[in-house]
Design a protein around this ligand. Sequence first.
Ligand code: ZN
Length: 180
Amino acid sequence: MFPLIDQIPDLKTLSDARHPLHALLMEIALEEARAAYAEDEVPVGAVIVSWEKGVIARAHNQREQLQDPTAHAEMLAITQAASALQSWRLEGCALYVTLEPCPMCAGAIVQARLPLVVFGAFDSKAGACQSLYSIPQDPRLNHRAMVVGGVREAECQELLRDFFRQRRRSSRTEPEQKLS
Ligand code: ZN
């Protein structure tokens, strides 16, 4: 699905947010986020890469379309990746997501045994990978992931800001939509 990576990168070098691989893979997550925007969904996109198999999942937030509170980009991507690998353990994989995962998605990251999570924008209202909680790094849980935040942060943030600005504007011009 995506040209990859001749060798499995060293996890230690990946702790650097400036690693070129991060910017590259975040671009795919950003494409997904833009697709969400076009579908009038809060623009968050996610990608899961297997260091052996390449990109095995890409998804965007579909909460409105599916009317499903669990249809966050990360949840959909984790399900896709597990199905691609025929395994619930996503060892040897990394999750890239444009917004810091919420508590639900951070819980799923732990459940999936994902070793690496890279996100774009910080979420001061719901972020559970650094901002409000640090669920994937909590030593009391049975699995820990390395978390790298702030990759292409400005672009990820701007997309969200733009979406909400747009939405406020259209709710002003169409007051009846306020009720929905
Ligand atoms: Zn979430």
